[in-house]
Design a binder for this molecule. Structure first.
Ligand SMILES: Cc1cc2nc3c(=O)[nH]c(=O)nc-3n(C[C@H](O)[C@H](O)[C@H](O)COP(=O)(O)OP(=O)(O)OC[C@H]3O[C@@H](n4cnc5c(N)ncnc54)[C@H](O)[C@@H]3O)c2cc1C
Length: 392
């Protein structure tokens, strides 16, 4: 079996997604023009139409609203959505982080309830893991879930919560046993964002989008909101973080930025000596190198799809893939500014902006890609331990 699907195998599916996006994105993404990495943006209307058109969660069983397809097919779709600059944050959190985790650890009743709500584009999930003192050190989280009769009562504070401003539900990690060693007393829950006691504050980001903090003040959720086993949330969350790191959307988006840069160099670019940028050896070398790295990144992506389709467990490929695409996205943005010069930094709305300011927006947004979903240093550490069997 080939690792990367051939052009013929994937092209008709990819083209269908691109056609859907060409029709839907202009009608549904007004106001997102300054978003440097569109896959970090959200449009509730785009998500709803994505669901209605049957593009969400196709790799899940039909009984849960899916189409029994392979993970590979979903990866091809995600890559095309990223290439089309679709707003994807809530979609990715709903499918990759929550839905795929529910398939592994949820009860039948939870799958029957939530997965069809996701595939139809009705439910949008956010992920409540990070806290002021618990980012890389996830095990230090303090938000508590205390059992009280038929409920859990949630108190605490989450930060960096992407998509909380549009989410209908949160996949939440909270401490259920304050006396257990820190990695053993955590559980995960599904929480309705309309629950009394939940407050969302929204902030602008350097990347041109928004991000949130969420407070819980005696928020009561039913006991059957527990996802997976009580106090096993640390291990489940590490698995869901692996699933989050399969970043085909970012691979598609990076390829799009590279194609935009390459088109500029071909068509418009003038070098400081008055010659064509396309004739400069350093420019040609840099672009060729980045295309090579983009192909490596795709290979990691499809390797992960094969792992998921084979049902194999956590592997260091997820971290290789995440590390590689984060660094590559930043390298493409840096190269664009180096090659185009200061005019690459004019923003959307300026008549001097290159590509409607998309490259400068990527330049502002790309450092965050080396943090979200786990920092580059943490990915290297996982690769060292899992992949190279070096001591922890
Ligand atoms: C755009 C964006 C979106 C995000 N969305 C979400 C979301 O939806 N939900 C959510 O829960 N979280 C989200 N996050 C949070 C993200 O998971 C954290 O930023 C990340 O885990 C790092 O945690 P931290 O920011 O607390 O940094 P810290 O953990 O404080 O790390 C600071 C620096 O120290 C380094 N470092 C820390 N520990 C080690 C170590 N052991 N070895 C080597 N270096 C180390 C890190 O690599 C980093 O460079 C998002 C972040 C970003 C940037």
């Amino acid at each position: 079996m080939r690792l990367i699907p051939t052009h013929d195998e994937s092209q008709s599916l990819r083209q269908e997604v691109l056609d859907f996006c060409a029709k839907t994105i202009p009608e549904t993404t007004e106001g997102l023009e300054r978003q440097g990495t569109m896959s970090d943006g959200d449009s509730v209307e785009f998500y709803r139409q994505l669901g209605q058109a049957g593009w969400i969660g196709r790799h899940w069983p039909e009984q849960y609203g899916g189409k029994n397809c392979s993970h590979l097919e979903t990866f091809i779709i995600d890559e095309a959505l990223g290439y089309a600059r679709a707003p994807l944050s809530g979609y990715l959190l709903s499918v990759k982080v929550f839905g795929n985790t529910l398939m592994l650890f949820g009860t039948d009743a939870q799958k029957e309830k939530y997965l069809p709500m996701i595939t139809s584009g009705e439910a949008i999930l956010c992920q409540g893991y990070s806290e002021p003192n618990a980012g890389s050190d996830f095990g230090s989280l303090r938000t508590s879930a205390r059992r009280d009769g038929d409920d859990f009562v949630i108190n605490g504070h989450k930060i960096w919560t992407s998509s909380a401003e549009v989410a209908t539900h949160m996949y939440l990690a909270a401490r259920t046993d304050p006396d257990a060693p820190k990695h053993r007393g955590i559980s995960t829950f599904i929480l309705d964002m309309k629950t009394p006691g939940v407050t969302v504050n929204t902030f602008a980001t350097l990347g041109g989008g928004v991000i949130n903090e969420v407070f819980f003040d005696n928020a009561r959720i039913p006991a059957d909101s527990l996802v997976g086993e009580l106090n096993r949330g640390f291990h489940q969350s590490m698995r869901s973080l692996d699933l989050e790191r399969s970043a085909m959307d970012r691979i598609g988006a990076a390829k799009r930025a590279l194609d935009d840069l390459s088109a500029y160099v071909h068509q418009d670019g003038t070098a400081p000596d008055g010659g064509r940028l396309a004739d400069q050896p350093a420019v040609r070398e840099k672009i060729a190198e980045l295309y090579g790295r983009a192909q490596v990144s795709r290979t990691f992506g499809y390797l992960i799809a094969r792992h998921l389709d084979a049902g194999s467990g956590a592997s260091n490929e997820f971290s290789y893939g995440k590390l590689y695409i984060g660094l590559l996205s930043q390298a493409i943005a840096d190269a664009a500014v180096d090659i185009i010069g200061p005019s690459a930094l004019f923003e959307y709305g300026s008549e001097l902006a290159v590509n409607d300011g998309l490259l400068t927006a990527l330049y502002r947004a790309s450092p965050a890609l080396t943090l979200a979903g786990g920092s580059s240093e943490i990915q290297k550490s996982i690769i060292a331990v899992r992949g190279l069997e070096l001591p922890k």
